[in-house]
Design a protein around this ligand. Structure first.
Ligand SMILES: *Cc1c(COP(=O)(O)O)cnc(C)c1O
Ligand SMILES: [Zn+2]
Length: 409
């Protein structure tokens, strides 16, 4: 049974049927999914959720598909790690990491949005899935299309990390590498989408895609023992995840699943691509598009689709935005690895590095419950750190040689 009632314009509130559309015809505002929250409130209790398998579909009433999911059945429900060592290094007593660097099946939080989008695309009757991607979306769309037996076309900027390309081509998809930035790729895909009858997960299927992100927030609240944290720090690209984490907490609050939500939401970007955090710091309502130049390629979107709403969420919740330089990103990746044994990609380094800055600025209290969003896997962005690590020591297999060098290691 589905609780989806249709779509609704976020700006003018005009209602639309459940169709593969994403922009309001009247005001060009983004469309969002409308739910029957009264019905969901009766159906979805803590007990019902807890009785279900540990994957994102335990919140299925709040994910916009009509029938049972047919693909991505095991995605989500990643660990919420109590980060005592990193907390001690940063001076926090109640620090947690929401670790989507191990999300099934392609090791980033994009497996949540793609599972929602591809299931919806199948319900709409599409046989071809497509996307404009900064890398992780490419991996996830190609993987889900393969397992669903669908065709896929993946559009990427030509300067992506080699593991992100390899981790897409392995699924035998069609990759189109565009000479330009992600923003050029996205603009081009909007044109392609008007001619080819494909499900572009982050264009015409975007309202359904976005709601997959909410499960990241639901899980944090459930895993904290049914409460929202005091602070969440999240890397921002198109600004979908940051707005949907907030929406997730507010939905749980209005469904009576958790108490009053006072969570401050913090936006984290790389200094080389920081339209959202620059606007937050400047105190303006909207961002100025930028040309990205950073090692954090997965979040290098200079013209973020939901940037306006990301700024609003950070400001409206009493949060803030900060950015970190490329060397600070590398340091933060290494800090997380040596304190918690978690290897995150550049976007996770951005979140950890920004958290450090926010603590130094006094914006996060030491006893507050703080969650850092670790959204992707370090093995996908090895280029970022490979020149900054200690090399292995090469020796002959002789005990005497080892004894000589051991104390210098
Ligand atoms: C896409 C992505 C984000 C941010 O996503 P948006 O919802 O577009 O803001 C963060 N981290 C990683 C690793 C990503 O791939
Ligand atoms: Zn409208």
């Amino acid at each position: 049974m589905s609780f989806v009632q249709g779509l609704k314009c976020r700006e003018c509130a005009r209602e639309y049927p459940t169709e593969p559309i994403h922009v309001c015809e009247f005001c060009f505002g983004p469309l969002e999914v409308r739910y029957d929250y009264e019905g969901i409130k009766r159906a979805l209790t803590r007990e019902v959720i807890e009785s279900r398998p540990a994957n994102m579909w335990r919140y299925r009433e709040l994910i916009p598909i009509d029938g049972d999911p047919t693909v991505g059945l095991d995605n989500g429900f990643t660990p919420l790690v109590r980060a005592k060592n990193l907390g001690a290094a940063l001076g926090l007593n109640n620090l947690y990491l929401k670790n989507d660097s191990v999300c099934h099946p392609t090791l980033s939080f994009k497996d949540r949005v793609v599972a929602a989008a591809v299931n919806k695309a199948v319900e709409f009757g599409y046989d071809t899935i497509a996307c404009a991607s900064t890398g992780n979306l490419a991996n996830s769309v190609a993987s889900h299309a393969a397992s669903a037996g669908l065709k896929s076309y993946i559009f990427i900027p030509s300067d992506l990390e080699s593991s992100k390309i390899l981790g897409t081509s392995i699924y035998d998809t069609k990759i189109i590498s565009i000479k330009g930035s992600y923003d050029d790729v996205n603009r081009f895909c909007s044109e392609v989408a008007t001619v080819f009858p494909w499900a572009f997960v982050n264009i015409n299927i975007r309202p359904f895609y976005g709601d997959g992100s909410k499960t990241f927030g639901y899980e944090i609240a459930e895993q904290l023992g049914w409460r929202a944290p005091d602070n969440v720090i999240t890397p921002v690209a198109g600004s979908s995840l940051i707005t949907k984490i907030h929406k997730a907490f507010k939905e749980f609050e209005s469904l009576g699943l958790i108490g009053e939500v006072k969570t401050k939401i913090f936006a984290a970007q790389a200094t080389g691509c920081s339209p959202v955090t620059t606007a937050i710091k400047a105190g303006v309502d909207d961002f100025k598009p930028v040309k990205p130049n950073t090692i954090a390629k997965s979040i290098a979107i200079g013209n973020p689709a939901d940037g306006y709403y990301g700024i609003k969420v950070a400001r409206g919740t009493g949060g803030w935005g900060e950015d970190v330089s490329d060397p600070e990103i590398v340091d933060a990746i290494k800090l997380l690895a040596r304190t918690e044994g978690i290897f995150t990609e550049t976007a996770g380094g951005v979140a950890v590095g920004v958290t450090k800055k926010l603590i130094e600025q006094g914006r996060i209290g030491k006893d507050e419950i703080t969650v850092i969003s670790i959204t992707g896997q370090g093995l996908k962005t090895t280029e970022a750190v490979e020149d900054h690590l200690r090399a292995p020591v090469v020796i002959e297999p002789k005990l005497s040689v080892f004894k000589d060098i051991q104390s210098d290691l």
